[in-house]
Design a protein around this ligand. Structure first.
Ligand code: RIB
Length: 279
């Protein structure tokens, strides 16, 4: 089967990452290592992961008219993501301030900037769209109005209304986000559980779960994005849901083995062979 044609409508950020022994408490200052700047943003991460998984992929995003915006777009384009629908905004390129603890826990604050100006092009012709919520909700609503199948990674969850979530074909959230939502209203929801893998829910009822394979994890930032891209593309191909879940869990685990949100992106073939070797 030919791979589905995907579009990702989402954010493009510069990740400013600092490692700390432990995350600061409220009102506390802690000292960390040297700051590192890396390309990131849930939209860009998911677009790159989808491309690497084997699908022709458009990213629909908005970056500033600044050097960071040019850097992010040329990085995406160099890795085969179609960026022709990306826009330049008068706002600054989005920045994610990421603090990573030695134990692997992280805290992220996103200053969306130009991400707030994402617009969906009128002539978008794809099999599925993968969205997240580091952008405004209007583009997602517009896609739903046009009856394009939407897989929504409802992260951060605060922006999602129940109406919006209920109209998406698939919703993917992490455990923390799931605890803030009423999963019963979602026909098809996937909850990621970090090292414990992921589970599939139908109308609030858990119907399957898959454990994660053991890996030497060095950085979990972006692992959820790789999971989302793999799951969305397997779902669009009509792969059995438990197989799709297992492939996505392995893809997410693979992503934790190198630093950076875009540091380790697997191909579909790599993941399928890894699962075969494990079973
Ligand atoms: O999911 C990881 C991403 O979240 C990072 O790349 C950062 O940009 C934040 O948006």
């Amino acid at each position: 089967m030919t791979p589905p044609r995907a579009a990702v409508v989402g954010s493009c950020n510069v990740d400013v990452v600092v490692s700390v022994e432990r995350l600061p408490g409220r009102g506390e200052t802690v000292l960390g290592g040297d700051p590192v700047r890396r390309p990131g943003g849930k939209g860009a991460n998911q677009a790159l992961a989808a491309r690497r998984w084997g699908s022709p992929t458009h990213l629909i995003a908005s970056v500033g008219e600044d050097a960071d915006g040019s850097w992010l777009l040329s990085n995406l384009s160099a890795h085969g993501v179609e960026v022709g629908f990306c826009q330049r905004s008068t706002r600054p390129t989005g920045v994610a301030y990421i603090t990573v603890e030695d134990e692997g826990e992280n805290l992220i604050v996103v200053a969306p900037g130009a991400n707030n100006d994402v617009r969906v092009p009128p002539d978008l012709d794809v099999d599925l769209v993968l969205c997240q919520l580091e952008i405004a909700v209007e583009p997602v609503l517009e896609l739903l109005e046009r009856e394009i199948p939407v897989v929504l990674n409802a992260s951060p969850a605060g922006r999602a209304s129940l109406d919006l979530l209920g109209r998406c074909s698939v919703v993917v959230v992490n455990e923390h986000e799931a605890s803030t939502l009423d999963l019963a209203i979602l026909e098809h929801c996937v909850v990621t559980r970090g090292r414990r893998g992921a589970a599939l829910f139908h109308s609030g009822r858990e119907v399957a779960s898959v454990p994660a394979p053991p890996v030497q994890a060095v950085d979990t930032v972006g692992a959820g994005d790789v999971f989302c891209a793999a799951y969305a593309l397997e779902w669009a191909r009509g792969v059995d849901p438990v197989d799709a879940l297992r492939r996505a869990v392995y893809a997410g685990a693979y992503a934790t083995t190198q630093p950076g949100a875009q540091g380790a992106l697997p191909t579909r073939e790599e993941v399928v062979s890894w699962i075969d070797a494990d079973s």
